[in-house]
Design a protein around this ligand. Structure first.
Ligand code: THU
Length: 296
């Protein structure tokens, strides 16, 4: 999902990457097949108060506000509403605009403290709640409320952010996110699209795709795209990487094995392609690897 940020108040990059993961999983879990976009504003209490008063006639600050663009028929949500989503296609973004979300940063911090979890988790929770509204869910009637809560829980469980914190990102989620990332591959020269989804110990997931270049040797593989994104966002520990392609099992190339070995020597490597699925550890894929310990 394309997240269009307006950030008024300073926040840690880890908030944004967990929200990206949550948003991608929301579409996946709801079964939305086309690319969507949402504009998200992170602001202070004065700003959200003002918006709440102006657009909803509610004279107080709150944690999250959602303004959907899509007009869903009663009882229909985004997963079964492709016809309605298509109407909101933004030509420039090549994605359907689902609407706007506004999150109060002071509320995120206060609620995280109150519930005893991280601000990242609180952000993810509020984002998922808001996104469910943008996907056609509401909680006015008891039945609708139950349906909305069930979807929220399903999305949060898929990214390992359950209420009791005991969930883990499932292999299915990671593999599905790698397949999603593959759709964004830039591979006009090889026609061999690859996608990757790298799971960090803190629950964040970084996606990557292969990015080719007219000067062929400059191509960056999907795995390294994901790993470089993760390192540059401050991630330090990794538990698994899923890699997706179409034609053949996309075991990482030698260069990617070496880069993975630098940061995650024991990482689980899951591959998926049209013909099947497999798993190995990096130790098996790169026996006797050369790593940081050898140059100390
Ligand atoms: N590729 C990857 O993205 N990951 C690998 O580990 C193997 C190869 C990409 C690079 C190039 O864009 C295309 O696949 C064909 O080599």
């Amino acid at each position: 999902m394309i997240l269009l940020w307006q950030i008024d108040t300073e926040v840690a990059p880890s908030w944004l990457s967990l929200m990206q993961t949550a948003a991608d999983c929301a579409l996946l879990t709801e079964g939305v097949k086309r690319e969507c976009a949402v504009s998200i504003r992170l602001c202070d209490d004065d700003a959200i108060h003002e918006i709440n008063r102006e657009y909803r006639d509610v004279d107080r600050a709150t944690d999250v506000l959602s303004f959907p663009t899509v007009n869903y028929p009663a009882g229909v949500t985004a997963g079964q509403a492709d016809k309605y989503l298509r109407r909101e296609l933004d030509d420039e973004l090549n994605a359907c605009m689902l609407g706007d979300l506004i999150l109060s940063v002071p509320h995120v911090l206060a609620q995280a403290e109150e519930y005893g979890h991280s601000p990242e988790r609180e952000c993810a929770y509020l984002l998922v709640h808001g996104l469910c509204h943008l996907m056609g869910y509401d909680h006015i009637e008891e039945d609708d409320k139950r349906r909305m809560r069930a979807m929220e829980e399903k999305i949060l469980a898929a990214i390992g952010q359950t209420r009791d914190g005991e969930g883990a990102v499932t292999d299915e989620t990671l593999l599905a996110l790698a397949r999603e990332a593959m759709k964004r591959s830039y591979s006009p020269y090889s026609n061999y699209p690859v996608g990757a989804a790298l799971l960090c110990a803190d629950g964040r997931i970084f996606q990557g795709c292969n990015i080719e270049n007219a000067s062929f040797g400059l191509t960056n593989c999907a795995e390294r795209t994901a790993m470089f994104k993760a390192i540059s966002e401050g991630a330090t520990e990794f538990t698994a990487i899923a890699i997706a392609s179409r034609q053949s099992a996309p075991w990482p190339c030698g260069a990617c094995r070496q880069v993975l070995n630098e940061f995650a020597p024991g990482i689980r490597v899951l591959v998926t392609w049209d013909g099947g699925q497999d798993e190995m550890s990096l130790n098996e894929l790169l026996p006797h690897g050369f790593g940081p310990k050898d140059v100390q």
